[in-house]
Structures are given as structure tokens and as C-alpha cells.
Design a protein around this ligand. Structure first.
Ligand SMILES: [Fe+2]
Ligand SMILES: [Fe+2]
Length: 314
């Protein structure tokens, strides 16, 4: 099977009782096998068994059907026959598939263009149903790959940006900045990124280069707004001035980067990784407020508590 001809989707974006407008394939012995034909309906029990086995990388559609898939997802988000919690799930899962594709795309222009609809779809959904922020956020925190992490940081940041009163253009750029905040990790050796346990000094030095690497990557595109670049380049700066790479402090750090810093740590603390036990949302925020005091903008950290209430309400 030539993988470049196929686009990975998550089966959890497909409802059993709804006909799809595209063929779905599975990957067996290096061959693409037709699993469900366009126009077919699957029975609930079969699809439930398959859902439980779906690790996020088993189902495919043909690359030429990618746009059809996207409009199909959009139609689901606007349909009246499913509730907002189901819609939030479909939106997040379909975005994860797109994110995974983006992180493998060496063309940053293309990746940026492709990622815009993700953010606008999230914003549109958040406007449509005010409680949706909570649903989207409550789905986060299950995975630890860079693209999952980046998507979750975007969702948290959009929630925080809304509480802070940003307008829709700012929110769009904030979301994009978050999707790309760790893009520089592409240039960090995989053994370092995937190492279980603490990094040694040399490895840590390489890891700490990722904001600069990210800036170099984003600078390849002349049209990227400075605030998107700032979200990436300054997200490891600390409010107290002892972060990296520039050691700038307080309001010198771009507000977007201050937001990413909070949501980045929050996501890391509340997500299950192979070597840690995740903290509960309030435990994570309390730890950031008390033990890591000085690293984050205190006003923004306070606002993060209201985002948390939305997660708990969902
Ligand atoms: Fe980072
Ligand atoms: Fe990050």
C-alpha cells in the first residue's frame, strides 16, 4: 500500500447509522483493503468493536477524498441529530488526524494553510454552543504525541483567550501559534524526544533549542504574523526572567507566549505519559500557582481557573 495515496482518519469520527460519502480502508499485510463502501451503513455492534480496537492509525480514506471527508465532518458539526458532546468528539478526533498529517509535512506554507480550518472550525463551534469549550477541553489529556499535545494546547489557549477577551482575529492567530509552538521539535533527535526518564545535559541542551528551530521554520513563510512566531519563540520564557532562550521577563514576553507557557505546562501535568501519574486539573493549577510561582503571568493564571470550571462542568 502506498501510504502517500491515503489519509488516516479516526473511526470515532464516523457514526454507525450515517452513510459516508467516501470509501474507508484498513491496512492489512501492507495492502489497503476496502472496509466500508461509500453509501454503506455499519451496524452499531460491529462499529463499537472496531472503535475499541482503533488506536488512531488503522483506518484510511483515499487522499482524493480528503476534502469530501472534511465537508462531511463539517456537516456533522452542523447537524441537529447529534448532541454537542458527540460533535466535540468528532471535531477533535478529525482535527487530530489532520494534525498528524501536518507534523509530517515538511512544507510549512502548506501546513499553515491546512491548519487554518482547524482553528476556524473550533472557534465556530465554540461560538455556536457556549458549553462546547468545556466539552472540547474535557476530551483532552489522553495522548502525548507532539501533535496531540499541540492540539490540546490550542484548545486550552482558545478557552483562556476567550476568558481574557481576545477578538476573533487574535484568537485565530493564538490558535495557530499554539498548533505550531513545538514545530521546532522536528529538528530534535527522535531518541531525545521519546526518551523515557530524564535527559542528560547534552540532550537537554539540544531540546532547549526547539524554540529557535521553530522560529527558523516559521520564518520560511513571509506571511506568518509576528504574534504566531512569538507564541513559538517565547513559550519557554519565564515571567521571572529565568526561562530560555532570551531570558526576557514579565510584559516583555508576548501575551500569546505567556498563554502558551501556562497551557503547555498544564497539559503536560494533566496528561498520562509513560513515566508519570497525571495530576487532577485543580492539583496542576495549584502546583503552578504555589510551587512554580514566578514562572507564569499571575493574572493569566488566575483566569485559567475559569477555564477549569468549564472543563469540570462538562
Ligand atoms: Fe516547547
Ligand atoms: Fe509544548
Amino acid at each position: 500500500m502506498d501510504i502517500s495515496q491515503f489519509f488516516r482518519i479516526r473511526l470515532s469520527t464516523i457514526r454507525p447509522d450515517k452513510k459516508t460519502a467516501f470509501d474507508i480502508y484498513i491496512h492489512i499485510d501492507n495492502k489497503a483493503v476496502l472496509f466500508r463502501r461509500a453509501g454503506d451503513v455499519l451496524f452499531t455492534d460491529k462499529i463499537e468493536t472496531l472503535h475499541s480496537r482503533d488506536t488512531g492509525n488503522s483506518f484510511f480514506i483515499k487522499m482524493e477524498d480528503k476534502e469530501t471527508y472534511r465537508s462531511w465532518v463539517k456537516e456533522e458539526i452542523n447537524s441537529d441529530s447529534i448532541n454537542n458532546k458527540q460533535k466535540a468528539n468528532i471535531l477533535r478526533e478529525s482535527s487530530l488526524a489532520i494534525m498528524e498529517d501536518l507534523f509530517e509535512n515538511p512544507d510549512v506554507n502548506e501546513a499553515l494553510n491546512e491548519s487554518k480550518p482547524i482553528i476556524t472550525d473550533f472557534l465556530h463551534f465554540m461560538d455556536q454552543a457556549p458549553e462546547s469549550v468545556g466539552y472540547l477541553l474535557s476530551l483532552s489529556g489522553h495522548d502525548f504525541y507532539t501533535y496531540n499535545h499541540s492540539l490540546d494546547v490550542s484548545i486550552y489557549s482558545l478557552g483562556l483567550g476567550k476568558v481574557l477577551g481576545f477578538d476573533s482575529k487574535q484568537l485565530e492567530n493564538l490558535g495557530l501559534g499554539c498548533l505550531f509552538h513545538d514545530i521546532g521539535k522536528r529538528n530534535v533527535a527522535l531518541e531525545i524526544l521519546c526518551k523515557k526518564g530524564p535527559l542528560d545535559e547534552a540532550e537537554w541542551e539540544q531540546m532547549k533549542q526547539h524554540p529557535q528551530y521553530g522560529l527558523v521554520i516559521l520564518n520560511q513563510n513571509e506571511n506568518i504574523a509576528d504574534e504566531i512566531k512569538a507564541a513559538c519563540f517565547e513559550h519557554h520564557e519565564s515571567w521571572a526572567g529565568n526561562g530560555y532562550p532570551q531570558q526576557i521577563a514579565g510584559n516583555e514576553i508576548h501575551p500569546f507566549a505567556r498563554i502558551v507557557a501556562i497551557c503547555d505546562t498544564y497539559d503536560a501535568m494533566t496528561t498520562q505519559r509513560s513515566y508519570n501519574t497525571p495530576l487532577k486539573p485543580t492539583e496542576a493549577l495549584t502546583m503552578m500557582r504555589d510551587k512554580l510561582a514566578g514562572r507564569y503571568d499571575p493574572e493569566m493564571l488566575k483566569a485559567m481557573y475559569s477555564v477549569l470550571f468549564k472543563i469540570q462542568a462538562a
